[in-house]
Design a protein around this ligand. Structure first.
Ligand code: PLP
Length: 425
Protein backbone atom coordinates (compact mmCIF):
# COMPACT_ATOMS: atom_id res chain seq x y z
CA UNK A 1 0.00 0.00 0.00
CA UNK A 2 2.66 2.48 1.09
CA UNK A 3 4.73 1.95 -2.02
CA UNK A 4 1.71 2.64 -4.19
CA UNK A 5 1.05 5.86 -2.25
CA UNK A 6 4.71 6.77 -2.74
CA UNK A 7 4.46 6.13 -6.48
CA UNK A 8 1.53 8.55 -6.49
CA UNK A 9 3.63 11.19 -4.78
CA UNK A 10 2.64 10.81 -1.10
CA UNK A 11 5.61 10.58 1.28
CA UNK A 12 5.63 8.14 4.15
CA UNK A 13 5.55 11.02 6.62
CA UNK A 14 2.42 12.49 5.01
CA UNK A 15 0.74 9.10 4.94
CA UNK A 16 1.52 8.51 8.62
CA UNK A 17 0.23 11.97 9.55
CA UNK A 18 -3.07 11.12 7.87
CA UNK A 19 -3.19 7.68 9.48
CA UNK A 20 -2.80 9.21 12.93
CA UNK A 21 -5.69 11.61 12.29
CA UNK A 22 -7.87 8.79 10.99
CA UNK A 23 -7.48 6.81 14.21
CA UNK A 24 -9.53 9.47 15.96
CA UNK A 25 -12.34 9.43 13.39
CA UNK A 26 -13.48 5.79 13.66
CA UNK A 27 -16.68 6.35 15.57
CA UNK A 28 -17.73 9.32 13.42
CA UNK A 29 -17.21 7.26 10.30
CA UNK A 30 -19.33 4.50 11.82
CA UNK A 31 -22.17 6.96 12.31
CA UNK A 32 -21.85 8.14 8.71
CA UNK A 33 -22.01 4.52 7.53
CA UNK A 34 -25.18 3.99 9.54
CA UNK A 35 -26.84 7.01 7.93
CA UNK A 36 -25.77 5.69 4.51
CA UNK A 37 -27.21 2.28 5.34
CA UNK A 38 -30.53 3.84 6.32
CA UNK A 39 -30.67 6.00 3.20
CA UNK A 40 -29.65 3.10 0.98
CA UNK A 41 -32.65 1.14 2.24
CA UNK A 42 -34.90 4.16 1.85
CA UNK A 43 -33.91 4.51 -1.83
CA UNK A 44 -34.16 0.77 -2.44
CA UNK A 45 -37.58 0.59 -0.86
CA UNK A 46 -38.81 3.46 -3.07
CA UNK A 47 -37.50 1.69 -6.16
CA UNK A 48 -39.10 -1.63 -5.25
CA UNK A 49 -42.41 -0.08 -4.24
CA UNK A 50 -42.69 1.66 -7.61
CA UNK A 51 -41.69 -1.52 -9.44
CA UNK A 52 -38.72 -0.10 -11.28
CA UNK A 53 -38.34 -2.53 -14.18
CA UNK A 54 -35.98 -3.04 -17.07
CA UNK A 55 -38.45 -1.17 -19.28
CA UNK A 56 -37.96 1.91 -17.05
CA UNK A 57 -34.35 2.13 -18.18
CA UNK A 58 -35.30 2.67 -21.81
CA UNK A 59 -35.67 6.20 -23.10
CA UNK A 60 -38.22 8.00 -25.22
CA UNK A 61 -37.70 10.52 -28.02
CA UNK A 62 -39.79 13.31 -29.50
CA UNK A 63 -42.59 14.50 -27.22
CA UNK A 64 -41.91 11.78 -24.71
CA UNK A 65 -45.57 10.93 -24.06
CA UNK A 66 -46.07 8.01 -21.67
CA UNK A 67 -42.42 7.80 -20.71
CA UNK A 68 -42.65 4.98 -18.17
CA UNK A 69 -39.08 5.38 -16.92
CA UNK A 70 -39.39 9.13 -16.42
CA UNK A 71 -42.74 8.92 -14.65
CA UNK A 72 -41.58 6.04 -12.44
CA UNK A 73 -38.37 7.87 -11.51
CA UNK A 74 -40.43 10.87 -10.44
CA UNK A 75 -42.58 8.59 -8.28
CA UNK A 76 -39.39 7.14 -6.75
CA UNK A 77 -38.08 10.63 -5.91
CA UNK A 78 -41.45 11.55 -4.40
CA UNK A 79 -41.22 8.46 -2.16
CA UNK A 80 -37.61 9.10 -1.15
CA UNK A 81 -38.50 12.66 -0.12
CA UNK A 82 -41.94 11.67 1.22
CA UNK A 83 -43.67 14.20 -1.00
CA UNK A 84 -46.84 14.07 -3.11
CA UNK A 85 -45.02 14.52 -6.39
CA UNK A 86 -41.68 15.29 -8.02
CA UNK A 87 -40.24 16.70 -11.22
CA UNK A 88 -36.86 15.14 -12.13
CA UNK A 89 -35.66 16.09 -15.58
CA UNK A 90 -32.58 16.39 -17.75
CA UNK A 91 -34.29 19.49 -19.18
CA UNK A 92 -33.63 21.18 -15.83
CA UNK A 93 -30.07 22.18 -16.64
CA UNK A 94 -28.59 22.82 -13.18
CA UNK A 95 -29.37 23.69 -9.58
CA UNK A 96 -29.90 27.37 -10.26
CA UNK A 97 -32.35 26.49 -13.03
CA UNK A 98 -34.29 24.17 -10.71
CA UNK A 99 -34.52 26.89 -8.05
CA UNK A 100 -35.46 29.58 -10.58
CA UNK A 101 -38.13 27.27 -11.98
CA UNK A 102 -39.60 26.55 -8.55
CA UNK A 103 -39.73 30.27 -7.75
CA UNK A 104 -40.96 31.61 -11.09
CA UNK A 105 -43.70 29.02 -11.39
CA UNK A 106 -45.09 29.45 -7.90
CA UNK A 107 -44.94 33.24 -7.61
CA UNK A 108 -47.21 35.70 -9.40
CA UNK A 109 -46.93 39.47 -9.95
CA UNK A 110 -47.60 41.26 -6.68
CA UNK A 111 -46.37 38.39 -4.53
CA UNK A 112 -43.43 38.71 -2.17
CA UNK A 113 -40.57 36.28 -1.63
CA UNK A 114 -38.89 36.10 1.79
CA UNK A 115 -35.51 34.66 2.72
CA UNK A 116 -35.37 34.41 6.53
CA UNK A 117 -31.83 32.98 6.49
CA UNK A 118 -29.88 35.83 4.92
CA UNK A 119 -28.51 36.26 1.46
CA UNK A 120 -29.17 33.33 -0.88
CA UNK A 121 -26.62 31.59 -3.11
CA UNK A 122 -24.82 33.96 -5.51
CA UNK A 123 -26.53 32.84 -8.69
CA UNK A 124 -29.97 33.41 -7.15
CA UNK A 125 -29.28 37.11 -6.76
CA UNK A 126 -29.92 37.55 -10.46
CA UNK A 127 -32.89 35.20 -10.44
CA UNK A 128 -34.54 37.27 -7.72
CA UNK A 129 -33.28 40.60 -9.01
CA UNK A 130 -31.18 41.54 -5.98
CA UNK A 131 -28.63 42.26 -8.70
CA UNK A 132 -30.67 43.67 -11.58
CA UNK A 133 -30.93 41.12 -14.34
CA UNK A 134 -33.03 40.47 -17.43
CA UNK A 135 -35.96 38.18 -16.73
CA UNK A 136 -35.59 38.37 -12.93
CA UNK A 137 -38.53 38.01 -10.56
CA UNK A 138 -38.24 41.75 -9.88
CA UNK A 139 -38.98 42.49 -13.55
CA UNK A 140 -42.26 40.62 -13.15
CA UNK A 141 -43.29 42.65 -10.13
CA UNK A 142 -42.35 40.09 -7.50
CA UNK A 143 -40.71 41.76 -4.54
CA UNK A 144 -38.11 40.35 -2.19
CA UNK A 145 -37.40 40.69 1.48
CA UNK A 146 -34.57 39.27 3.52
CA UNK A 147 -33.99 38.77 7.21
CA UNK A 148 -30.39 38.02 8.16
CA UNK A 149 -29.37 35.48 10.73
CA UNK A 150 -28.30 36.87 14.10
CA UNK A 151 -24.54 37.18 14.67
CA UNK A 152 -24.52 33.82 16.50
CA UNK A 153 -26.26 32.11 13.57
CA UNK A 154 -29.70 31.95 15.23
CA UNK A 155 -32.93 32.83 13.42
CA UNK A 156 -34.09 36.41 14.01
CA UNK A 157 -37.66 35.37 14.88
CA UNK A 158 -38.76 38.87 15.78
CA UNK A 159 -37.70 40.34 12.43
CA UNK A 160 -39.08 37.34 10.54
CA UNK A 161 -42.46 37.89 12.17
CA UNK A 162 -42.38 41.54 11.11
CA UNK A 163 -41.31 40.67 7.56
CA UNK A 164 -44.23 38.32 6.87
CA UNK A 165 -47.13 40.26 5.37
CA UNK A 166 -50.24 39.91 3.19
CA UNK A 167 -48.15 39.56 0.07
CA UNK A 168 -45.67 36.99 1.41
CA UNK A 169 -46.30 33.97 -0.80
CA UNK A 170 -43.12 31.95 -0.64
CA UNK A 171 -40.34 31.55 1.92
CA UNK A 172 -36.99 30.28 0.63
CA UNK A 173 -34.61 28.54 3.01
CA UNK A 174 -31.11 27.58 1.95
CA UNK A 175 -29.92 24.50 3.82
CA UNK A 176 -26.22 24.64 2.92
CA UNK A 177 -24.01 27.58 3.81
CA UNK A 178 -22.86 27.52 0.19
CA UNK A 179 -19.84 29.79 0.01
CA UNK A 180 -20.64 31.81 3.10
CA UNK A 181 -19.36 31.49 6.63
CA UNK A 182 -22.69 30.98 8.38
CA UNK A 183 -23.36 27.47 9.70
CA UNK A 184 -25.26 25.03 7.51
CA UNK A 185 -28.78 24.39 8.82
CA UNK A 186 -29.68 20.98 10.16
CA UNK A 187 -32.97 19.50 9.00
CA UNK A 188 -34.19 19.87 12.58
CA UNK A 189 -33.55 23.62 12.61
CA UNK A 190 -35.20 24.01 9.22
CA UNK A 191 -38.25 22.28 10.70
CA UNK A 192 -38.37 24.75 13.60
CA UNK A 193 -38.19 27.68 11.20
CA UNK A 194 -40.93 26.29 8.97
CA UNK A 195 -43.18 25.66 11.98
CA UNK A 196 -42.68 29.27 13.09
CA UNK A 197 -43.45 30.67 9.63
CA UNK A 198 -46.54 28.47 9.18
CA UNK A 199 -47.89 29.46 12.56
CA UNK A 200 -47.87 33.09 11.40
CA UNK A 201 -49.09 32.37 7.87
CA UNK A 202 -50.25 28.78 7.29
CA UNK A 203 -50.71 29.02 3.51
CA UNK A 204 -47.22 30.33 2.73
CA UNK A 205 -45.13 28.01 0.53
CA UNK A 206 -41.90 26.95 2.25
CA UNK A 207 -39.19 25.99 -0.23
CA UNK A 208 -35.79 24.58 0.73
CA UNK A 209 -32.69 24.88 -1.45
CA UNK A 210 -31.45 21.37 -0.66
CA UNK A 211 -28.20 21.56 -2.69
CA UNK A 212 -25.34 19.59 -1.05
CA UNK A 213 -27.61 18.41 1.76
CA UNK A 214 -29.33 15.32 0.33
CA UNK A 215 -28.65 12.08 2.23
CA UNK A 216 -26.39 13.73 4.80
CA UNK A 217 -29.06 13.01 7.41
CA UNK A 218 -31.76 10.33 7.58
CA UNK A 219 -34.51 12.90 7.12
CA UNK A 220 -34.91 15.63 4.52
CA UNK A 221 -36.52 19.07 4.83
CA UNK A 222 -39.69 17.65 3.25
CA UNK A 223 -40.01 15.44 6.35
CA UNK A 224 -40.28 18.54 8.55
CA UNK A 225 -42.84 20.58 6.68
CA UNK A 226 -41.14 21.94 3.53
CA UNK A 227 -43.62 22.25 0.66
CA UNK A 228 -40.84 21.97 -1.92
CA UNK A 229 -37.25 20.71 -1.85
CA UNK A 230 -35.05 21.59 -4.78
CA UNK A 231 -31.60 20.49 -5.90
CA UNK A 232 -29.08 19.60 -8.58
CA UNK A 233 -28.37 16.13 -9.95
CA UNK A 234 -24.68 16.89 -10.45
CA UNK A 235 -24.44 17.12 -6.68
CA UNK A 236 -25.49 14.51 -4.10
CA UNK A 237 -28.63 12.87 -5.54
CA UNK A 238 -27.07 12.14 -8.94
CA UNK A 239 -24.52 9.93 -7.22
CA UNK A 240 -21.81 11.09 -9.63
CA UNK A 241 -23.47 9.32 -12.55
CA UNK A 242 -26.14 11.83 -13.60
CA UNK A 243 -24.49 14.00 -16.28
CA UNK A 244 -27.09 16.81 -15.98
CA UNK A 245 -30.39 17.53 -14.29
CA UNK A 246 -32.32 18.96 -11.39
CA UNK A 247 -35.26 17.99 -9.21
CA UNK A 248 -38.19 19.59 -7.45
CA UNK A 249 -40.05 17.37 -4.98
CA UNK A 250 -43.05 18.59 -3.04
CA UNK A 251 -46.75 19.31 -2.87
CA UNK A 252 -48.64 18.27 -5.99
CA UNK A 253 -49.72 21.83 -6.78
CA UNK A 254 -46.21 23.26 -6.45
CA UNK A 255 -44.71 20.56 -8.66
CA UNK A 256 -47.47 20.97 -11.25
CA UNK A 257 -46.84 24.70 -11.38
CA UNK A 258 -43.17 24.00 -12.00
CA UNK A 259 -43.98 21.48 -14.75
CA UNK A 260 -46.30 23.93 -16.54
CA UNK A 261 -43.53 26.48 -16.47
CA UNK A 262 -40.77 24.07 -17.54
CA UNK A 263 -42.67 22.83 -20.57
CA UNK A 264 -45.86 24.73 -21.27
CA UNK A 265 -49.24 25.51 -19.74
CA UNK A 266 -51.46 22.58 -20.66
CA UNK A 267 -48.59 20.19 -21.27
CA UNK A 268 -46.84 20.08 -17.89
CA UNK A 269 -45.31 16.74 -16.93
CA UNK A 270 -46.77 14.89 -19.91
CA UNK A 271 -43.97 15.88 -22.30
CA UNK A 272 -40.20 15.83 -22.04
CA UNK A 273 -38.41 12.89 -23.65
CA UNK A 274 -35.83 11.24 -21.41
CA UNK A 275 -33.65 10.19 -24.39
CA UNK A 276 -31.06 7.75 -23.02
CA UNK A 277 -30.41 9.29 -19.66
CA UNK A 278 -32.56 7.28 -17.26
CA UNK A 279 -30.09 4.48 -16.38
CA UNK A 280 -27.69 7.13 -15.03
CA UNK A 281 -30.47 8.85 -13.08
CA UNK A 282 -31.65 5.59 -11.51
CA UNK A 283 -28.24 4.15 -10.80
CA UNK A 284 -26.94 7.52 -9.60
CA UNK A 285 -29.80 7.82 -7.10
CA UNK A 286 -29.14 4.24 -6.00
CA UNK A 287 -25.46 5.08 -5.32
CA UNK A 288 -26.13 8.55 -3.87
CA UNK A 289 -26.30 7.55 -0.17
CA UNK A 290 -22.86 5.89 -0.17
CA UNK A 291 -21.31 8.50 -2.46
CA UNK A 292 -22.54 11.24 -0.12
CA UNK A 293 -21.07 9.30 2.81
CA UNK A 294 -17.68 9.18 1.04
CA UNK A 295 -17.75 12.91 0.45
CA UNK A 296 -18.69 13.51 4.10
CA UNK A 297 -15.80 11.39 5.34
CA UNK A 298 -13.46 13.36 3.09
CA UNK A 299 -14.75 16.66 4.46
CA UNK A 300 -14.25 15.50 8.06
CA UNK A 301 -10.79 14.12 7.31
CA UNK A 302 -9.77 17.44 5.72
CA UNK A 303 -11.20 19.45 8.63
CA UNK A 304 -9.19 17.43 11.15
CA UNK A 305 -5.95 17.53 9.17
CA UNK A 306 -5.99 21.27 8.59
CA UNK A 307 -7.30 22.07 12.05
CA UNK A 308 -4.38 20.12 13.51
CA UNK A 309 -2.03 22.21 11.36
CA UNK A 310 -3.48 25.38 12.86
CA UNK A 311 -5.74 26.63 10.05
CA UNK A 312 -9.29 27.86 10.60
CA UNK A 313 -11.78 25.29 9.31
CA UNK A 314 -15.57 25.55 8.91
CA UNK A 315 -17.15 23.34 10.09
CA UNK A 316 -14.52 22.44 12.68
CA UNK A 317 -13.18 18.94 13.15
CA UNK A 318 -15.77 17.79 15.66
CA UNK A 319 -19.01 19.58 14.67
CA UNK A 320 -21.95 17.62 13.34
CA UNK A 321 -22.40 17.89 9.57
CA UNK A 322 -25.38 18.96 7.51
CA UNK A 323 -23.76 19.30 4.08
CA UNK A 324 -20.61 18.11 2.29
CA UNK A 325 -18.75 21.42 1.97
CA UNK A 326 -15.54 22.04 3.90
CA UNK A 327 -13.93 25.48 4.12
CA UNK A 328 -10.26 25.87 5.06
CA UNK A 329 -8.72 29.31 5.51
CA UNK A 330 -5.06 29.39 4.53
CA UNK A 331 -4.57 33.15 4.84
CA UNK A 332 -2.32 33.34 1.78
CA UNK A 333 -2.77 33.01 -1.97
CA UNK A 334 0.09 30.49 -2.04
CA UNK A 335 -1.77 28.24 0.39
CA UNK A 336 -4.99 28.32 -1.64
CA UNK A 337 -3.13 27.63 -4.87
CA UNK A 338 -1.02 24.79 -3.45
CA UNK A 339 -4.12 23.13 -1.99
CA UNK A 340 -5.96 23.31 -5.31
CA UNK A 341 -2.93 22.00 -7.24
CA UNK A 342 -2.88 18.99 -4.92
CA UNK A 343 -6.59 18.27 -5.45
CA UNK A 344 -6.17 18.56 -9.21
CA UNK A 345 -3.17 16.23 -9.19
CA UNK A 346 -5.30 13.63 -7.42
CA UNK A 347 -8.00 13.59 -10.12
CA UNK A 348 -8.83 10.65 -12.38
CA UNK A 349 -9.26 13.07 -15.31
CA UNK A 350 -6.86 15.94 -16.16
CA UNK A 351 -4.49 15.20 -13.28
CA UNK A 352 -1.61 16.46 -15.43
CA UNK A 353 -3.18 19.93 -15.69
CA UNK A 354 -2.08 22.77 -13.39
CA UNK A 355 -4.96 24.97 -12.24
CA UNK A 356 -4.32 28.74 -12.37
CA UNK A 357 -6.34 31.62 -10.88
CA UNK A 358 -8.45 33.35 -13.54
CA UNK A 359 -11.02 36.15 -13.88
CA UNK A 360 -14.31 34.28 -13.74
CA UNK A 361 -17.42 36.10 -14.96
CA UNK A 362 -19.49 37.34 -12.04
CA UNK A 363 -16.69 37.37 -9.46
CA UNK A 364 -14.78 40.40 -8.17
CA UNK A 365 -11.46 38.57 -7.67
CA UNK A 366 -9.55 35.86 -9.46
CA UNK A 367 -10.72 32.35 -8.64
CA UNK A 368 -8.76 29.12 -8.74
CA UNK A 369 -10.62 25.86 -9.32
CA UNK A 370 -9.51 22.28 -9.12
CA UNK A 371 -11.71 19.73 -10.82
CA UNK A 372 -10.74 16.67 -12.72
CA UNK A 373 -14.21 15.27 -13.05
CA UNK A 374 -15.98 12.76 -15.28
CA UNK A 375 -18.95 15.14 -15.36
CA UNK A 376 -17.88 18.71 -16.12
CA UNK A 377 -18.38 20.97 -13.11
CA UNK A 378 -19.68 18.15 -10.94
CA UNK A 379 -19.11 18.99 -7.31
CA UNK A 380 -20.05 15.59 -5.90
CA UNK A 381 -16.73 14.59 -7.46
CA UNK A 382 -13.55 15.65 -5.66
CA UNK A 383 -13.24 19.38 -6.29
CA UNK A 384 -12.09 22.63 -4.71
CA UNK A 385 -12.17 26.30 -5.44
CA UNK A 386 -11.05 29.48 -3.81
CA UNK A 387 -11.23 33.19 -4.57
CA UNK A 388 -7.79 34.82 -4.50
CA UNK A 389 -8.67 37.44 -1.91
CA UNK A 390 -8.69 37.69 1.89
CA UNK A 391 -9.25 35.62 3.94
CA UNK A 392 -7.80 33.23 1.31
CA UNK A 393 -10.10 30.30 1.99
CA UNK A 394 -10.73 27.25 -0.15
CA UNK A 395 -14.00 25.40 -0.38
CA UNK A 396 -13.56 21.72 -0.80
CA UNK A 397 -16.19 19.08 -1.53
CA UNK A 398 -16.96 15.73 -3.02
CA UNK A 399 -15.28 12.42 -3.57
CA UNK A 400 -17.10 9.56 -5.29
CA UNK A 401 -15.30 7.03 -3.10
CA UNK A 402 -13.76 7.43 0.35
CA UNK A 403 -10.34 6.08 -0.76
CA UNK A 404 -10.25 8.73 -3.47
CA UNK A 405 -11.33 11.53 -1.14
CA UNK A 406 -8.63 10.43 1.31
CA UNK A 407 -6.00 10.34 -1.41
CA UNK A 408 -7.01 13.80 -2.67
CA UNK A 409 -6.65 15.33 0.78
CA UNK A 410 -3.27 13.69 1.35
CA UNK A 411 -2.23 15.00 -2.06
CA UNK A 412 -3.31 18.54 -1.10
CA UNK A 413 -1.30 18.24 2.11
CA UNK A 414 1.73 16.95 0.20
CA UNK A 415 1.46 19.91 -2.17
CA UNK A 416 1.49 22.31 0.80
CA UNK A 417 4.46 20.50 2.33
CA UNK A 418 6.40 20.45 -0.93
CA UNK A 419 5.69 24.18 -1.34
CA UNK A 420 7.09 24.72 2.20
CA UNK A 421 3.81 26.26 3.27
CA UNK A 422 3.24 23.78 6.08
CA UNK A 423 5.50 21.51 8.07
CA UNK A 424 4.55 18.26 9.78
CA UNK A 425 6.31 16.27 12.45
C1 PLP B 1 -24.69 24.62 -6.16
C2 PLP B 1 -25.72 25.38 -5.46
C3 PLP B 1 -26.71 26.08 -6.16
C4 PLP B 1 -26.72 26.22 -7.65
O1 PLP B 1 -26.50 25.07 -8.35
P1 PLP B 1 -25.81 25.10 -9.80
O2 PLP B 1 -26.01 23.70 -10.25
O3 PLP B 1 -24.37 25.46 -9.60
O4 PLP B 1 -26.53 26.07 -10.64
C5 PLP B 1 -27.68 26.72 -5.42
N1 PLP B 1 -27.68 26.71 -4.09
C6 PLP B 1 -26.73 26.07 -3.38
C7 PLP B 1 -26.77 26.10 -1.88
C8 PLP B 1 -25.73 25.39 -4.05
O5 PLP B 1 -24.79 24.74 -3.33
Amino acid sequence: MLSLYEKLGISRQTYDFGAEILKGLKSRFETIDEVAEYNQLKVLQAMQKNQVSEACLLGTTGYGYNDLGRDTLEAVYADVFHTEDALVRPQITCGTHALALALMSNLRPGDELLSPVGKPYDTLEEVIGIRPSRGSLAEYGITYRQVDLLPDGAFDYEEIRKAINDRTKLVTIQRSKGYQTRPTLSVGRIGELIAFVKQIKPDVICMVDNCYGEFVETIEPSDVGADMVVGSLIKNPGGGLAPIGGYIAGKKECVENAAYRLTSPGLGKEVGASLGILPDFYQGLFLAPTVTASALKGAIFAANIYEKLGFAVVPNGTESRHDIIQAVTFGTAEGVEAFCRGIQAAAPVDSHVTPEPWDMPGYDAKVIMAAGAFVSGSSIELSADGPIKPPYAVYFQGGLTWPHAKFGILKSLQSLIDGKIVEIG
